[in-house]
Write a protein that binds this ligand. Structure first.
Ligand SMILES: CCCCCC/C=C\CCCCCCCCCC(=O)SCCNC(=O)CCNC(=O)[C@H](O)C(C)(C)COP(=O)(O)OP(=O)(O)OC[C@H]1O[C@@H](n2cnc3c(N)ncnc32)[C@H](O)[C@@H]1OP(=O)(O)O
Ligand SMILES: CCCCCCCC/C=C\CCCCCCCC(=O)OC[C@@H](O)COP(=O)(O)O
Length: 287
């Protein structure tokens, strides 16, 4: 290509891209998401050799946490954490949290306790450098398509938690949920807590609707409130109690989520397990 044509094209791009970025919310959203994932992949390149020195080790999660903490500043997202005192200082526990989007990574890194590893879908292990960094940091991968395999990994995890003093972070909805509510909870996290006889610490991240909406291609600056709720003990519970434990935890988290997000009452029956939100607001007194 003629040099002057190439220069002309480059100049056009340099002018057009910023203009498009300002004018088209869709383009802006796409750029912000693309940068989010690319930046994480690039940071992982730095993290891998540092983590590799220790080998696969939960202490490496501190390296990832430290390297990811600044991303909220790049995106102008303020994270307001309340309830730090509810994280027990010493013992292992299972953290359960709502899952709206990959942006949850920011809130998660803000409050991730020491020696705490997330349970993630197996596909994440193959996400290039990010997958390798996660593996080195001890992220527990489960195959969601093979329930028996997932259950046996979680049973092994119960042993590991006690033997190696590890905490586990689970998204009990089992998938991302963009609709401003919470899906019914899967039971793995609750079986895990009952098997290991450790408490559950619910963590609720407020709705991103004011600054992030995948359907509307919206990604602006904003504030997310992260609320760490009081522990829910599981001592003396048996597998027969797991369903009630999961329902109780979900009700507590959902009512907190609605309060934090000031979500208007969803139409009844939007998801199985919902109670009218006005009733929830009355019955749950957020700490
Ligand atoms: C610096 C650079 C850094 C670079 C990269 C860094 C990037 C990030 C840093 C790390 C951060 C990573 C963040 C990763 C987040 C990823 C989030 C996710 O991937 S979410 C998706 C994966 N997680 C989950 O799915 C967890 C929740 N799922 C469950 O708990 C499920 O129950 C299950 C997966 C165990 C099984 O699901 P399913 O097949 O759908 O079946 P169910 O209906 O739920 O259960 C079937 C019956 O089995 C019973 N059950 C479940 N678990 C157990 C168990 N452990 N023991 C015994 N029985 C169990 C369950 O009760 C059901 O029986 P029932 O009779 O119906 O009650
Ligand atoms: C050479 C291969 C290149 C692969 C490029 C992959 C790009 C990925 C880049 C970075 C990974 C960042 C990790 C962010 C973690 C976000 C966790 C997340 O949100 O997982 C989704 C999972 O909870 C539920 O998945 P689904 O909603 O069921 O789906």
């Amino acid at each position: 290509m003629d040099l002057s044509v190439a220069q002309g094209l480059l100049i056009c791009l340099l002018i057009l891209v910023p203009l498009l970025y300002e004018w088209s919310p869709t383009f802006k959203f796409f750029c912000k998401m693309a940068f989010f994932y690319s930046w994480i992949l690039a940071l992982a390149v730095l993290a891998i050799p540092i983590c590799a020195v220790r080998g696969r080790n939960v202490e490496n999660m501190k390296v990832l946490q430290f390297m990811l903490l600044h991303i909220k500043y790049l995106y102008g997202i303020k994270i307001d954490v309340k309830g730090w005192e509810n994280f027990p200082l010493k013992e292992p526990y299972v953290v359960v949290s709502n899952h709206q989007s990959s942006v949850d990574l920011l809130g998660m890194m803000e409050v991730l306790p020491s020696r705490c590893v997330p349970i993630a879908k197996r596909e994440l292990m193959y996400a290039g450098t990010a997958g390798l960094a996660c593996w080195l940091a001890g992220v527990i991968f489960i195959n969601r398509k093979k329930t028996d395999d997932a259950i046996s990994v979680m049973s092994e995890t119960a042993q590991t938690m006690l033997k190696e003093d590890v905490r586990v972070w689970v998204f009990p909805e089992g998938t991302r949920n963009h609709d401003g509510s919470m899906l019914p909870f899967k039971r793995g996290a609750f079986h895990l807590a009952v098997q290991a006889r450790v408490p559950i610490i619910p963590v609720v991240m407020s709705s991103y609707k004011d600054f992030y909406n995948i359907k509307e291609n919206k990604f602006t600056t904003g504030t997310c409130v992260v609320r760490i709720l009081p522990r829910i003990d599981t001592k003396g519970l048996t597998p027969d109690d797991v369903a009630d434990l999961a329902d109780h935890t979900r009700q507590t988290m959902l009512s907190t989520f609605l309060q934090l997000s000031s979500t208007p009452c969803p139409a009844s029956g939007e998801h199985a397990g919902h109670t009218p939100c006005s009733a929830e607001r009355e019955t749950h007194d957020v700490q």
